[in-house]
Design a binder for this molecule. Structure first.
Ligand code: COS
Length: 387
């Protein structure tokens, strides 16, 4: 059982401890069966969204005015949920997280009508959400995106391509960022809610990953979107994307933390029962050194993650620096922790089907998506220049 002493830290309230207990019990009972069949990753993710919705946990991803559990999205709850679900299975974390990221721009910047229409089904697990920012030629440099949205009559017409879109192909709607041209660069973008069945929206490629999850390339070919589906004002798109990422980046760190805690658990269990040179592997000082490094990295990452989440929950307008630090450190350290856990397993660590082997693949994308490690460093350095 993973260390739970962090639940007593002052960053968390009794409601968080209650949530952790309920979600842990649910995950223990449900996640294994829900993730067993890996032949059809789309079906697994649909099933997870449905089950998480039915159990009420997706209510954490939207505000209470629209079917959620807290008045404002509580970032500490999102982090706890991602950490716990991630410790059980990467896809359980993925299914949960995308409901938040995919609907986050609507929560933060949508009109009342759009929120009332979009958010309750997301919270019930009856609609699957997605966030479409990245393009073939605009990843880390998000402001370079080229998809266009042109005003035509009562709406907008979208043309262009998006790629690496999580939930692409199974989502019911996408928040799409496009160039509307109010100004050059970052100031000329807008955000739109696009229904998956909008004519002109095509899924052109499904992308296979080292740790599979639904992922696609989308094409917009004269795709018409009603003006009422625009989030915020024209030209606000980049700020909407960045403000949404401010909320969700710390939660990526939390997912990494969940993976790392699981790796440490696996390493401890293995090294207690594996005998080497006539004694348990865990008795070797070299093993103890690894375990100490892993446990310390995990606590340090947890402190950064819950510091960022707490700061946002206290009402900070921006947590750009805190969230970037949490994501950067927690994902990088989780990679090292998992690598150490795998190393302790010896040959068994690279056997397909071993949990550490899956974690080794699961963690890799987290150092890249929602702002690669190098982007987080850029963001942190820029923030330091402003202090
Ligand atoms: N919240 C609100 N506004 C923000 C913001 C934030 N976190 N970050 C930037 N902005 C605003 C800035 O304040 C600026 O507006 P003003 O000139 O009015 O102040 C505007 O947005 C442009 O910001 P900036 O000049 O920093 O833009 P850059 O193009 O230089 O941004 C980075 C560079 C690398 C920080 C940005 O492109 C980025 O985060 N890239 C990674 C994208 C990403 O995470 N992709 C993954 C997609 S999800 S899988």
């Amino acid at each position: 059982m993973a260390d739970r002493s962090f639940l007593d830290w002052p960053f968390l309230d009794p409601a968080h401890r209650d949530l952790a207990g309920r979600l842990e019990a649910w995950a223990e009972a449900e996640v294994e069966a829900l993730t067993r069949d890996h032949g059809d990753v789309d079906a697994v993710c649909r099933g997870l969204v449905k089950a998480l919705g039915a159990a009420g946990f997706l209510e954490l991803t939207v505000p209470s005015a629209h079917g959620g559990s807290n008045e404002r999205i509580d970032v500490r709850s999102l982090c706890l949920a991602r950490e716990i679900l991630g410790r059980h299975h990467a896809l359980a974390d993925f299914a949960f997280a995308m409901q938040g990221l995919g609907s986050g721009p609507v929560t933060l910047f949508g009109s009342e009508d759009l929120k009332a229409r979009i958010l309750p089904p997301v919270a019930r697990g009856e609609a699957i959400a997605a966030f479409a920012l990245t393009e073939p030629e605009a990843g880390s440099d998000a402001a370079a995106l080229e998809t266009t949205a042109t005003r035509e009559g009562e709406g907008f017409v979208l043309n262009g391509a998006k790629t690496w879109i999580s939930n692409g192909g199974i989502a019911d709607h996408y928040v799409v960022f496009a160039r509307t041209g109010e100004a050059a660069g970052a100031k000329g973008l807008s955000a739109f809610l696009v229904e998956a069945d909008a004519p002109g929206l095509l899924v052109t490629e499904r992308i296979e990953m080292i740790a599979p999850h639904p992922l696609a390339t989308l094409r917009f070919a004269d795709c018409r979107v009603p003006a009422a589906n625009r989030l915020g004002s024209g030209g606000d798109g980049f700020k909407i994307a960045m403000a949404t990422l401010d909320v969700f980046r710390a939660t990526v760190g939390a997912a990494a933390l969940g993976f790392a805690r699981r790796a440490l658990d696996e390493a401890l269990a293995w090294s207690r029962q594996r005998r080497i040179f006539g004694e348990p592997l865990v008795s070797l000082q070299m093993t103890q050194g690894k375990i100490a490094d892993m446990a310390t990295a995990i606590d340090a990452a947890a402190l950064l993650v819950y510091r960022a989440a707490w700061t946002k929950d206290q009402g900070a307008a921006r947590v750009t620096r805190e969230a970037a630090m949490a994501k950067l450190f927690a994902t990088e350290e989780a990679q090292k922790v998992i690598d150490q856990a795998l190393q302790l397993h010896g040959g068994e660590g690279v056997r397909v089907g071993r949990k550490v082997e899956a974690l080794y693949r699961d963690i890799r994308a987290l150092r890249i998506y929602e702002g690669a490690t190098e982007v987080q460093k850029l963001v942190i350095a820029r923030q330091m220049e402003q202090t």
